[in-house]
Design a protein around this ligand. Sequence first.
Ligand code: SF4
Length: 335
Amino acid sequence: MTAETVTTQTATNPEPPGAARPVTASLSPSRAADFKTCPLLYRFRSIDRLPERPSAEQVRGTLVHAVLERLFDLPADRRTPTAAADLVAPEWDRLVAEQAELAELFPTGDLAGPTEFLASARELLNGYFSVEDPRRLEPAERESLVSAVVDDQLLIRGYIDRLDVAPDGALRVVDYKTGGAPREAFEARALFQLKFYALVLWRTRGVVPTVLRLLYLRDAEICDYRPDADELVRFERTVLALWRAIEQATAARDFRPKPSRLCDWCNHQAHCPAFGGTPPPFPEPATDVPPLTVAPPARVSRRTADGTSGTVPAQPVGTAPGQRGSDEPEETVSS
Ligand code: SF4
């Protein structure tokens, strides 16, 4: 396993500012949820790192998230549905300029496709305006990478879409969902993700978020969940147990398929034994990877396109510069 050095502090294990101590692994909520959903899916994404072609729905979600983040750059009284709709095309152009492969979503010569795609993004934004009025909100943070070390060994981290802070210090974590109606399995995964963020905030700021909010744009629905400290203690144990299970599976090179309804959304059926496929050979661990350092602060902005955020994205632990292809951090793969 590759050791890392971090300077992040935890609420449970305070250390002098700047003190460095080793942690052995890191985990994001998406990858943790992958393992819960299907251990083999975790392997394909985190160990084999098989490429995935994003669906139109996923790319639309990225675009809508970008527009909602940009919307809050405007003065409050200008955060209107029209302003959001006007941001769609320029944000799409920006995303394509940054990731040229996004343009491959549409076949050459398909002139209607991009127009319909942008129109569908505007429809989702209409859903947002029917449940929230951004003119009455001033988010404390947007697209923030938050991280904490739990149990002196595991770095947990992820990007929070939006964090609202009330005058009394109460925290509300907001996550935008751009998919369809929340089926049970998807909602469980989404809440797992939000509890993950709640745990990080509690461990780093000493405050249990008052509300974890899932905001479903397509259906214009809000799902609020109120965690408490006891629940987060149990959740922390769950995360650690999950990580130990990942470590054991990695040591044994034993990641089994766990078929479910979610297989319909899996990019890797061709490699999955449950669908008649064969996984690729298990990658051999790298032996010459130097220890990495994760620099403070614990929170940095994800967006730097126009420099308004003023910070540089944190490099995922265990990933060399330029390797990051996901819009959320990836965890170190122990081996
Ligand atoms: S197809 Fe289903 S069982 Fe196979 S790896 Fe994907 S999620 Fe797992």
